[in-house]
Design a protein around this ligand. Sequence first.
Ligand SMILES: Cc1ncc(C[n+]2csc(CCOP(=O)(O)OP(=O)(O)O)c2C)c(N)n1
Length: 548
Amino acid sequence: MSERKASDVFVECLEAEGVRYVFGIPGEETLDLNESLARSSIEFVPVRHEQGGAYMADTYGRLTRSAGVCLGTLGPGATNLMTGVADAYLDHSPLVALTGQGDVERMHKESHQYIDILSMMKPITKWNARLNAPGMIPEAVRKAFKVAQAQKPGPTHLELPEDVMEAPLDAQPLPVRAGFRRPEPSQTELEEAVALIQAADRPIVLAGNGVARVGAAGALREFARATGIPVAETFMGKGLMDYEDELALGTVGMQSRDYALAGFEEADLVITAGYDLVEHAPVNWNPKGDKKIVCIDTASVEVDEHYMTDIDLIGDLEVILSRLAQSCGVVLEAGGSGRLNEIIMGHFEAHSDDDSFPVKPPRALWELRRALGRDDMLISDVGLHKLWIARMFPAHEPSTVLIANGLAGMGIALPSAIGAKLVHPERRVVTVNGDGGFLMNCQELETASRLKTPIVNVIWENRQFGSIVWKQDKKFGRHFGVDFTNPDFVKLAEAFGLPAWRCESIGDFTEHLAKALTLDVPSVIVLPIDYSLDVAISEELGQETVAT
Ligand SMILES: Cc1ncc(C[n+]2csc(CCOP(=O)(O)OP(=O)(O)O)c2C)c(N)n1
């Protein structure tokens, strides 16, 4: 029998964890690992920048709830991975990052491409370690996946020295126990929460990404229906309630008037479900710190003077929401206001026949909503377009509108869409990008083309960093350092061998979008956009007080 080496065992451990893809770029220090991967059931997906690989793994993990895996070599490969790893950290996606490293015996001195990646990854991971000896591989891999996938999920990192990975090793993967514990709060805690909810005058729910993360939207809807308490969603919670549900208050998280118009001002009790503070600080919806708060989450550690919870129900969200639905019964005085929805949906519909060109964001979103089915996916990049999508694009189902709202890094949409399409090949996937962000990771068009992931990439072109223009104009009455020129995006896409169109009217957009959605190759649509309509829609929403 031929001798097995550490990298073989390492890859067997990945297989035992159910890994299907490793996204990344190999290096001279990952030779053995890549050779072992080549002989395994795992598909190594070469990407064109490690950041793209990390974002693919990030979204793959977010949607499958099993850690996505990305790989970079030592030094520059590892530093390139970091933005995507940091995104998984703040957005709570399970991810395992692998980086190569030189031999253990050269790490104490100045040596080629060696930097202390272990220290650099530490603050953006839940746990990380160097494989100092081959024998620790089964434990280290099991731990990396277990920690990444535990609530709240996030990234872990393993550093793989070259000499360790090529050493002989005869070991087996540790068993991966199927099924998760479903911890519940105590009966007393549940009863206290029920009493608080029943005693409230105007209770309201704020639901966040945590509910989507564990697939508990059904239980949230059941809770809302059973109690009659309406639900507002964060950006990352979009679609937890079907926007057509009468108990859906809309998406909040852009400015404090959002919350006021959804009924938070009058609410005496806020039930937070899977709410991550990273999305929008509690000061926006609890400025006086006087609301009672019932926190329903999988873990609760954060302290904020505007988020002093009265009771924490920690455990399995589905179980907790179902128990509360059964125990609370219909609440006599539910809070919430439909005003936010009325204003936002009013604008959305009012622009449905706005043929002006360049196109206004509501009309562009109208056409996208019409073209996409309930379960198709819209993936936003980061910029002013994200704020429009978050606030106005109507979602039917959770995880159908993906928004990065923790780290919020430009350039996430295209690689993220590749990850999403690998998880949901049957769904149509569209990205919306600013012309700033699209160029940050456009090299992944080649990856998408090679993988045959037919993503439709819409670029809202205005030749400016739109959201910074908006903020500068508001603060200084002028903008600066935000204008640029663009390449011809159609020719750029064509250079990748992909179809692309520039729209000269809204009719063009409708036509090209419909066509692009039928193709089996990725495509690009350039849509000149007119951002003169203020995303804050200030007149109706009242004077903007906080805009982050
Ligand atoms: C990687 C990264 N760099 C900078 C920022 C800060 N930032 C947020 S939005 C934005 C402008 C986005 O411009 P564009 O992609 O053209 O989209 P638009 O706002 O015009 O829709 C910038 C610079 C960021 N979020 N991420």
